[in-house]
Write a protein that binds this ligand. Structure first.
Ligand code: SF4
Ligand code: SF4
Length: 113
Protein backbone atom coordinates (compact mmCIF):
# COMPACT_ATOMS: atom_id res chain seq x y z
CA UNK A 1 0.00 0.00 0.00
CA UNK A 2 1.21 3.49 -0.80
CA UNK A 3 0.94 5.32 2.52
CA UNK A 4 4.04 7.34 1.66
CA UNK A 5 1.96 9.17 -0.95
CA UNK A 6 -0.34 10.65 1.72
CA UNK A 7 -0.65 14.45 1.74
CA UNK A 8 -1.43 15.16 5.38
CA UNK A 9 -2.72 18.68 4.80
CA UNK A 10 -5.18 17.52 2.13
CA UNK A 11 -6.27 14.57 4.25
CA UNK A 12 -6.88 16.87 7.24
CA UNK A 13 -8.96 19.24 5.12
CA UNK A 14 -10.99 16.35 3.71
CA UNK A 15 -11.58 14.96 7.20
CA UNK A 16 -13.22 18.22 8.25
CA UNK A 17 -15.41 18.47 5.16
CA UNK A 18 -19.09 18.70 6.21
CA UNK A 19 -20.27 16.56 3.28
CA UNK A 20 -17.95 13.63 3.96
CA UNK A 21 -19.93 10.40 3.51
CA UNK A 22 -19.00 6.98 4.82
CA UNK A 23 -18.42 5.47 8.23
CA UNK A 24 -15.31 7.26 9.52
CA UNK A 25 -13.14 4.21 8.88
CA UNK A 26 -15.35 2.06 11.07
CA UNK A 27 -16.58 -0.16 8.23
CA UNK A 28 -15.06 -3.60 7.89
CA UNK A 29 -12.78 -3.63 4.83
CA UNK A 30 -14.63 -4.90 1.77
CA UNK A 31 -18.10 -3.62 2.70
CA UNK A 32 -17.79 -0.44 0.65
CA UNK A 33 -15.77 0.54 -2.35
CA UNK A 34 -15.11 3.76 -4.20
CA UNK A 35 -16.41 3.95 -7.76
CA UNK A 36 -14.68 6.39 -10.13
CA UNK A 37 -16.65 8.16 -12.84
CA UNK A 38 -14.19 8.02 -15.75
CA UNK A 39 -15.93 10.84 -17.60
CA UNK A 40 -15.22 13.16 -14.66
CA UNK A 41 -11.86 11.96 -13.36
CA UNK A 42 -8.91 14.07 -14.53
CA UNK A 43 -6.20 12.03 -12.86
CA UNK A 44 -5.44 14.73 -10.31
CA UNK A 45 -4.33 12.23 -7.66
CA UNK A 46 -6.05 13.82 -4.67
CA UNK A 47 -7.63 10.43 -3.96
CA UNK A 48 -4.18 8.83 -3.89
CA UNK A 49 -2.98 11.57 -1.55
CA UNK A 50 -5.76 11.27 1.03
CA UNK A 51 -6.68 7.57 1.16
CA UNK A 52 -5.19 6.11 4.35
CA UNK A 53 -5.41 2.56 2.96
CA UNK A 54 -3.66 2.86 -0.41
CA UNK A 55 -6.78 1.98 -2.38
CA UNK A 56 -6.04 4.13 -5.45
CA UNK A 57 -3.56 4.15 -8.27
CA UNK A 58 -3.51 6.76 -11.06
CA UNK A 59 -2.40 5.52 -14.45
CA UNK A 60 -3.24 5.60 -18.14
CA UNK A 61 -6.86 4.72 -18.83
CA UNK A 62 -7.37 1.25 -20.28
CA UNK A 63 -8.59 1.10 -23.88
CA UNK A 64 -11.88 -0.57 -22.94
CA UNK A 65 -12.69 2.25 -20.49
CA UNK A 66 -11.57 4.95 -22.90
CA UNK A 67 -13.69 3.50 -25.71
CA UNK A 68 -16.70 3.58 -23.40
CA UNK A 69 -16.49 7.35 -22.94
CA UNK A 70 -18.59 9.82 -24.91
CA UNK A 71 -17.01 12.14 -27.47
CA UNK A 72 -16.41 15.10 -25.14
CA UNK A 73 -15.19 12.93 -22.30
CA UNK A 74 -12.64 11.37 -24.66
CA UNK A 75 -11.42 14.84 -25.66
CA UNK A 76 -11.12 15.80 -21.99
CA UNK A 77 -9.34 12.59 -21.13
CA UNK A 78 -6.81 13.11 -23.94
CA UNK A 79 -6.18 16.62 -22.65
CA UNK A 80 -5.18 15.05 -19.31
CA UNK A 81 -2.92 12.45 -20.86
CA UNK A 82 -5.61 9.79 -20.36
CA UNK A 83 -4.67 9.63 -16.68
CA UNK A 84 -7.35 8.22 -14.39
CA UNK A 85 -7.75 6.61 -11.00
CA UNK A 86 -8.13 2.85 -10.56
CA UNK A 87 -8.79 1.03 -7.32
CA UNK A 88 -6.46 -2.00 -7.21
CA UNK A 89 -6.84 -2.20 -3.43
CA UNK A 90 -10.59 -1.61 -3.18
CA UNK A 91 -10.76 -4.51 -0.71
CA UNK A 92 -8.90 -2.36 1.83
CA UNK A 93 -11.44 0.50 1.78
CA UNK A 94 -12.85 1.26 5.24
CA UNK A 95 -15.38 3.84 4.06
CA UNK A 96 -13.75 6.89 5.63
CA UNK A 97 -15.15 9.03 2.78
CA UNK A 98 -12.00 11.18 2.48
CA UNK A 99 -11.55 10.47 -1.23
CA UNK A 100 -15.14 11.49 -2.02
CA UNK A 101 -14.77 15.00 -0.63
CA UNK A 102 -11.13 15.44 -1.69
CA UNK A 103 -11.76 14.80 -5.39
CA UNK A 104 -11.92 18.20 -7.13
CA UNK A 105 -13.98 16.70 -9.95
CA UNK A 106 -16.58 15.02 -7.72
CA UNK A 107 -15.73 11.81 -9.59
CA UNK A 108 -15.91 9.36 -6.67
CA UNK A 109 -18.91 7.68 -5.10
CA UNK A 110 -18.74 5.34 -2.15
CA UNK A 111 -20.99 2.35 -2.70
CA UNK A 112 -21.95 -0.59 -0.53
CA UNK A 113 -20.83 -3.84 -2.17
S1 SF4 B 1 -10.89 10.38 -8.93
FE1 SF4 B 1 -10.77 12.59 -8.52
S2 SF4 B 1 -9.11 12.78 -7.05
FE2 SF4 B 1 -8.91 10.76 -7.98
S3 SF4 B 1 -7.54 11.04 -9.74
FE3 SF4 B 1 -9.62 11.30 -10.50
S4 SF4 B 1 -9.97 13.50 -10.42
FE4 SF4 B 1 -8.28 13.07 -9.08
S1 SF4 C 1 -13.43 5.90 1.47
FE1 SF4 C 1 -12.16 4.10 1.09
S2 SF4 C 1 -11.07 4.55 -0.80
FE2 SF4 C 1 -11.88 6.50 -0.02
S3 SF4 C 1 -10.21 7.37 1.17
FE3 SF4 C 1 -11.50 6.19 2.58
S4 SF4 C 1 -10.59 4.16 2.67
FE4 SF4 C 1 -9.74 5.21 0.86
Amino acid sequence: MSHESINKEKARRAAKHPDRPGEDCRAEPGQYSPVVDRARCEGKRDCVEVCPYGVFEVRRMEDADFDGLGFFARLKSRAHGRQTAYTPNADHCKACGLCVVACPEKAIQLVRR
